[in-house]
Design a binder for this molecule. Structure first.
Ligand SMILES: [Mn+2]
Length: 269
C-alpha cells in the first residue's frame, strides 16, 4: 500500500490538489500522512481542512504549531486574533465545530510500522528514546482530546525547556508539545531554544536537535516538516519535507513503501 508523506500545506489548497494529481492519488489504495501545519498563511485553510476531513479514511495528521494555534483560538476565545482572516473564515463556517473536534483528535506522533518511519511536525527531543517520545505524545493527545480548554489555556510558553522525568501536568504537556511541534535548536546545556529560526549556519552557538550529542539513536526514519530553511533535507535518519510552498517554494510528497531505500520517491509542485 503506497503511503505519501506530505510537507507543510499551510492553507495552500490548490497546490495540494496539484500534488495529488501529480502522485496520481488513488483513494482505493493510497494513504496520505500530513507532517502538520495544514493551515495558516496560504489563504485556503478552510478548504484544506474540509478536504482532509472528507477524506479522513485515507489520511493521518501529525499536528503542527499552526494547527494547535487554530485550535487554541477556537477553544479559548480570548486568544482569537481578528486580523487572521483565514482563521476567522473557519470560525464562521457552519461545519467549524465538526472540523475542530476532528482536528483535536489527531496525533502528535505517527509511527508507520511497516516502513519503520516516525512522522512528527518538528522533531524529537534528542535525549528521548523513541519509546519516551511515543509515551509523551500519547499523554499530550489524550489531554488535548479530553480537556481542550484547560490544554489551550496553558499550552503557550517556553518553560520548562529542560526535560525531567518528574515533570507533571501542564508542565509535562508543554515540554512535549514544544519538543514535538516547535523544536529546532538546543543550547549546549540540553535546553530548548525557541527564538532561533532560519539557516543552521546563522546560529553557530546553537545545535540543531538532530545533531545534538548525546542523541538517543533511533532505528527509525524520522520525517518532519516545520523548518522550511532546511528545505528538502536528509541527514542521518532525519528527512525534512517542509519546502516552503507558502513562502514561494514547493509542496513536497515523499512516497514510502515498505522499503525507504527506493530513490524515486519525491514529488513536488
Ligand atoms: Mn511549524
Amino acid at each position: 500500500m503506497p503511503t505519501y508523506i506530505i510537507g507543510d500545506v499551510q492553507g495552500c489548497f490548490d497546490a495540494l490538489m496539484q500534488l495529488l494529481t501529480k502522485i496520481e492519488f488513488d483513494e482505493t489504495s493510497d494513504k496520505l500522512v500530513f507532517c502538520g501545519d495544514l493551515v495558516n498563511r496560504g489563504g485556503q485553510s478552510l478548504q484544506t481542512l474540509r478536504w482532509i476531513y472528507a477524506h479522513q479514511k485515507y489520511c493521518q495528521v501529525a499536528l503542527g504549531n499552526h494547527d494547535l494555534s487554530l485550535l487554541a483560538q477556537y477553544y479559548v476565545k480570548r486568544l482569537r486574533k481578528s486580523r487572521n482572516k483565514e482563521f476567522q473564515e473557519i470560525f464562521k463556517a457552519a461545519d467549524c465545530s465538526n472540523l475542530m473536534s476532528w482536528l483535536k483528535g489527531q496525533k502528535l506522533l505517527i509511527h508507520a510500522k511497516s516502513s519503520k518511519s516516525i512522522i512528527v511536525h518538528a522533531g524529537i527531543y534528542p535525549l528521548w528514546s523513541l519509546k519516551r517520545a511515543k509515551k509523551e505524545a500519547k499523554y499530550v493527545e489524550s489531554y488535548l482530546r479530553e480537556k481542550p480548554e484547560i490544554f489551550f489555556e496553558n499550552m503557550y510558553g517556553a518553560k520548562p525547556n529542560h526535560w525531567k522525568k518528574s515533570l507533571k501536568g501542564m508542565d509535562r504537556v508543554r515540554f512535549a508539545v514544544n519538543s514535538l511541534t516547535r523544536i529546532r535548536f538546543l543550547y549546549k546545556n540540553n535546553g530548548l531554544n525557541f527564538k532561533a529560526k532560519g539557516d543552521i549556519k546563522s546560529f553557530p552557538k546553537l545545535i540543531p536537535w538532530f545533531r545534538f550529542i548525546p542523541y538517543k539513536k533511533k532505528k527509525h526514519t524520522i520525517i518532519i516538516g516545520h523548518w522550511s530553511a532546511l528545505g528538502l533535507m536528509q541527514e542521518n535518519n532525519v528527512i525534512c519535507l517542509d519546502t516552503g510552498k507558502v513562502w514561494g517554494g514547493k509542496l513536497t510528497a515523499l512516497r514510502i513503501s515498505d522499503n525507504l531505500e527506493h530513490k524515486q520517491q519525491i514529488f513536488q509542485v
